[in-house]
Write a protein that binds this ligand. Sequence first.
Ligand code: 0X9
Ligand code: ZN
Length: 308
Amino acid sequence: RLSYTSYHDWPVIEEYIDGIAHRYPDLVKLVNAGRTFEGRNLKYLKISTTNFEDASKPVIVIDAAIHAREWATIPVATWAIHKLVEDVTEPDLLNNFDWIIFPVANPDGYTFSLNTQRFWRKTRSIVSPNTERCPGVDGNRNYDFHWNTVGTSTNPCAENYGGPKAFSEIETRIVRDILDEHLSRISLYLTIHSHGSMILYPWGHDGSLSHNALGLHTVGIEMANAIHTKALSYFPRYVVGNAALVLRYAASGASEDYAHSVGVPLSYTYELPGGGRGFFLDPIYIKQVATETWEGIVAGARKSEILF
Ligand code: 0X9
Ligand code: ZN
């Protein structure tokens, strides 16, 4: 069991992921999808009451912590695993969907943020000899959707460096491949970030609306409302809207835009609450944020099934 009163380092989370797969072999399949630049295993879970490969149910894909300093996103992802596997109070979610949860998309960056530089955002890859001084790529500028056009940088030392090419990073290629493999039945994609209490949808590169804007907005509002039923009154209400408009900046190469561009009908960036301390959500709020966000995921999943 993982505690929800402090942040855990990558080995502890990895052990939890491995342990879940080991203890629930009929329900959970561990996928070892590759190795990071620093040699950590990139692991995600496939959760299915039937055979995932039957391809009979809609799939929900969730990733977290592509941005290293956004620590609170990890307990949100592991709590979702917990509620689907260890403490099933919404059996319809388990029975009616297959799930892919990638709880730490950037373990190298997360480890660097925990141990060395709290506000580290990027991966830790050295993409060419001349980036030795400035390692790392912004995973949320590295997707192949209007890559390297806006809100991104070609300077490897910048926080929002998009990489030498789209999908230069193994961390983003794994999500690309998940989307690609199950595309025809992915009903909902959520990428968990922090902070700002926002539910953001495409298109974030230019503020325009997609063909499915009404569906995106409607389900976004449903998710926010569901979160509010469990939220603390002194945390800000979630704002739902187009990523570029709500954030007041456009940025290309983000995963929620990419997922939508390849055909995922409902694709969102969650920006979790900051609890007044921004990226450093006080550990006393971890459980609160994990449980309230789960309500949003539940609502989004159920709505996605209706619209699917
Ligand atoms: O800028 C980002 O990558 C995300 N915000 S964060 O503070 N977590 O870095 C927002 C991404 C929004 N989506 C798009 N621009 N498409
Ligand atoms: Zn982020």
